[in-house]
Design a protein around this ligand. Structure first.
Ligand SMILES: Nc1ncnc2c1ncn2[C@@H]1O[C@H](COP(=O)(O)OP(=O)(O)O)[C@@H](O)[C@H]1O
Ligand SMILES: Nc1nc2c(ncn2[C@@H]2O[C@H](COP(=O)(O)O)[C@@H](O)[C@H]2O)c(=O)[nH]1
Length: 434
């Protein structure tokens, strides 16, 4: 486990002296001590530049992620090939991206559950998917299928907006009996997307997802849900509010999804609303940066030394130096909030915002897993006197998540090609100290 931020040398295992509180460090087992597990629809992103007429002609809706029938997919693909419109092909899927990015950042294990072709052809989509997934992402629990994985046509329109057309192949064929309870039991988090319930009647993916949630609840593993797109939420906001209340501890969304869920356009106010149902909220807001909200024990709250920020909740970031806790773990829960503007104001030129939000979530997952890893190795540490969800304060997680989003925006693929540069491990150099 590579530690997030500067803690690697500052608070973590001392560099010069052995700390008597530390349990003797055991050689790392093959499978590692801490991991995250997620379910996804295995998808390859096929990116192409098209005009708005193309989007309308194929019955798609701008900015939306829609599932298309096989005959439409074949015609669409043939036209992209004929006119030489395909610019990039990447391994995709919102959770696949998140787990890959988590493994790149933490240099540690994540486990992906989903489907994979039994017969893999060199150069084919499944092959590309596997080749472009971190070697730290454990793919041993994928369920084999006799057919193709999914394709996500990522169509970039005249205005730069992305429209997704999903050709599902056999991506929704994951069955409940292929959800390994032991993998969920030992995980720091179970990561899901709202896309998993968007299936044809009879497809087993929603039942597999519910099975995983049942195991997570049985073993007190926090369930993390990322909201996908505003359209999936807007189809039935009431369903999603109940889903969050009943099953989810942590939600990741952008400001549009937040509005579809709550009816509130102000991201801070929407985060506050969502805290009625979950314990921790990450809300990215494009050029406005990102917000986080959670709970902490009243007596353990820590005051920020950053300037206090105005908003619908006055001086809302007052206790952003506190660490996040699940509401159920607090005797006197206090709501805490934080905000950060885009790192360096954002890259000079953004080619593609694909995966920027998934990147932020990967950073949050890294911080959560680092907390479990530290608790396992230094159980007597003062850091674990209470049950916390994150290793770092809300403010520090914001910095880290924001930095990772910047890295994703600065490249073309939604998947990090490497972890953050070592030199910046402190996240305080350059920009932060200015
Ligand atoms: N136009 C932009 N300028 C600067 N930063 C941006 C811009 N768009 C996104 N970001 C950064 O990327 C993060 C995630 O972006 P966002 O577009 O909200 O995610 P999503 O991909 O989930 O919609 C933001 O919190 C911000 O830090
Ligand atoms: N599992 C699914 N992933 C999907 C679907 N539609 C799109 N996507 C993936 O999202 C990312 C981009 O994420 P974003 O946060 O920037 O919007 C991209 O790589 C797609 O593969 C879907 O239906 N299911």
């Amino acid at each position: 486990m590579k530690f997030p931020g500067k803690r690697k040398s500052k608070h973590y295992f001392p560099v010069n002296a052995r700390d008597p509180l530390i349990q003797p460090v055991q050689p790392e087992a093959e499978t590692g001590a801490s991991w995250v597990v997620g379910i996804d629809q295995t998808l390859v992103d096929i990116e192409a530049k098209v005009d708005d007429e193309f989007i309308t002609r194929y019955g798609l809706s701008r900015g939306h992620s829609l599932v298309i029938e096989d005959d439409v997919a074949e015609a669409l693909y043939a036209e992209l090939m004929r006119d030489n419109l395909i610019t990039h092909q990447f391994a995709g899927g919102t959770i696949g991206n998140t787990l890959h990015n988590y493994s790149s950042l933490a240099d540690d294990r994540s486990v992906l559950l989903g489907t994979m072709c039994n017969n893999i052809q060199i150069g084919g989509y499944a092959y590309r998917y596997l080749c472009n997934t971190s070697s730290r992402t454990d793919l041993n629990y994928l369920q084999g299928v006799d057919g193709a994985i999914g394709r996500c046509f990522t169509l970039i329109g005249d205005s730069g907006e992305r429209t997704f057309a999903i050709s599902p192949g056999m991506m929704n064929q994951l069955r409940p009996e292929n959800i390994p309870e032991a993998v969920i039991e030992g995980a720091s988090a179970l990561v899901l997307t709202s896309y998993l319930v968007r299936c044809k009647p009879g497809e087993p993916m929603p039942a597999a997802t519910m099975q995983a949630i049942e195991y997570a609840h049985r073993h007190h593993v926090p369930v993390v849900l990322t909201l996908g797109t505003k359209y999936v939420i807007a189809d039935n906001p009431g369903f999603w509010r109940d889903f969050l209340r009943d099953h989810v501890a942590i939600v990741a969304m952008n400001e549009e999804e937040a509005e579809a869920l709550t009816g509130i356009s102000d991201p801070l106010q929407a985060c506050d609303k969502v805290l009625e149902w979950v314990d921790l909220v990450l809300c990215t807001a494009g050029p406005s940066g990102l917000f986080m909200a959670s709970y902490t024990e009243e007596s353990a709250k820590r005051k920020t030394n950053h300037p206090l920020l105005p908003g619908v909740i006055a001086e809302f970031n007052q206790y952003e130096f506190s660490r996040a806790q699940r509401r159920q773990d607090c005797q006197q829960p206090l709501r805490i909030y934080s905000h950060i503007a885009p790192y360096m104001g954002g890259p000079e030129k953004i080619m593609n915002t694909n995966g920027a939000g998934d990147g932020a979530l990967a950073a949050l997952l890294h911080d959560i897993t680092a907390n479990d890893y530290h608790r396992l190795n230094v159980p007597n540490s003062i850091k674990h006197a209470r049950r916390y969800l994150t290793y770092s304060s809300l403010a520090q997680v914001c910095k880290y998540a924001n930095r990772v989003s910047y890295q994703v925006l600065n490249q073309h693929s939604p998947r990090l090609t490497r972890g953050l540069p070592e030199r910046e491990d402190s996240l305080e150099e350059a920009y932060w100290e200015r």
